[in-house]
Design a protein around this ligand. Structure first.
Ligand SMILES: Nc1ncnc2c1ncn2[C@@H]1O[C@H](COP(=O)(O)OP(=O)(O)O)[C@@H](O)[C@H]1O
Ligand SMILES: [Mg+2]
Length: 330
């Protein structure tokens, strides 16, 4: 609208821009409740507090910063006839920061966060889900906020149930319309562990899609250093945590801290012991990989946090082609 009237009446365009800018919001609708139970459908946080500062991998950080930049300069973009990013899809396995990223965005943008956990809404009857979803989206559209549709794939999971196919189609239509009509004053984020369950027609509608993944060794190391672990210890323990999600790693650190405290053992020792017991085949595979990359046996031992003789034994048995190698328990 602004770009349309700008030529004819620049002053009116300016008034419109500043009207959009106002933080004084009048909420046209009440927070949505379930039609039957009258329970609140949404969790609403006026200002988000994170229990922990995220450390974003470089590519994720770049994409999140882009969302922030567009949101912060939304009026400038709108003034030039451009749409700022208003819908985002976060994909990836559990525990890798999708929910956290939505929370972080809300905090950085200084906007309230509304969270709709679709897994719980979908457990109600599908017909009501449609009206619940619609009420939620109407509410989220009525004032500047970040609306997080968490566990978004729950919508698609019902597809297996033939009885509900008609209702489901209507539901998807509600969603698609909501995405198209979503106002540029708010940000809608959908997060899912199972993007493959979603109809491509749904996720094509999102302005941006971010792929979250388990942290790489470098990111694990950064997280551990951030937790105050020494560089030399980090280089020993990080490879043992490869493949774990951020959530797993935080759990492991916490558990080692508790055991260390209760049993009066050094935290480092507990963490190493708790994580050194990888399946043997997996460990042998790691040793083989590092050896092929030209690493010395001593270095392999250090980086995997296992003893030098153990590395030697694994390598010998790999040479013999004895892949069913059993590590002596002693
Ligand atoms: N980038 C990150 N940096 C640090 N910790 C993280 C990061 N991502 C996730 N975590 C930790 O993992 C936990 C679970 O993350 P969450 O965002 O809930 O995962 P999901 O991808 O399943 O939504 C968080 O509470 C936080 O402790
Ligand atoms: Mg989550």
């Amino acid at each position: 609208m602004v770009s349309k009237i700008k030529k004819a009446d620049p002053e009116a365009a300016q008034v419109l821009v500043s009207a959009l800018d106002t933080q004084e919001v009048t909420r046209g609708v009440l927070p949505p409740v379930d039609v039957d139970s009258r329970m609140n459908l949404l969790r609403e946080e006026r200002s988000v507090v994170l229990e922990f500062e995220p450390l974003w991998p470089t590519d994720i950080r770049k994409q999140l910063e882009l969302v922030l930049a567009e949101r912060r300069n939304a009026l400038k973009l709108i003034g030039a006839g451009l749409q700022p990013i208003k819908t985002a899809m976060f994909k990836g396995p559990p525990g890798v920061g999708k929910t956290m990223a939505a929370r972080w965005l809300a905090r950085e943008l200084n906007l309230p966060l509304l969270t709709l956990d679709l897994a719980s809404v979908m457990s109600s009857l599908l017909g009501k889900t449609g009206s619940n979803l619609k009420a939620t989206i109407d509410y989220g559209s009525s004032f500047p906020c970040v609306l997080l549709l968490d566990e978004f794939d729950a919508v698609a999971k019902r597809r297996d149930d033939d009885r509900d196919v008609g209702e489901l189609k209507r539901l998807v239509t509600v969603l698609l319309q909501a995405f198209d009509q979503w106002p540029s004053s708010s940000l809608l984020v959908a997060a899912t562990n199972h993007p493959e369950l979603l109809d491509p027609a749904v996720w094509r509608r999102f302005d941006v899609q971010l792929d979250f993944a388990a942290p790489a060794i470098d990111e694990i190391s950064a997280l551990l250093r951030h937790e105050g672990l020494s560089d030399s210890f980090v280089s020993r323990i990080a490879p043992l945590l490869a493949g774990a999600s951020y959530a797993d790693i935080r759990r492991k650190l916490l558990s080692a801290r508790k055991v260390g405290l209760l049993q009066d053992l050094p935290f480092e020792q507990v963490l190493l012991e708790q994580n050194a017991s990888k399946p043997q085949s997996l460990r042998a595979e790691e040793v083989r990989r590092l050896r092929q990359a030209g690493m010395s046996q001593r270095k392999i031992a250090d980086s995997l946090g296992i003893s030098h003789p153990t590395v030697n034994r694994i390598l010998k048995s790999l040479e013999k082609g004895n892949y069913g190698y059993q590590e002596p328990s002693a």
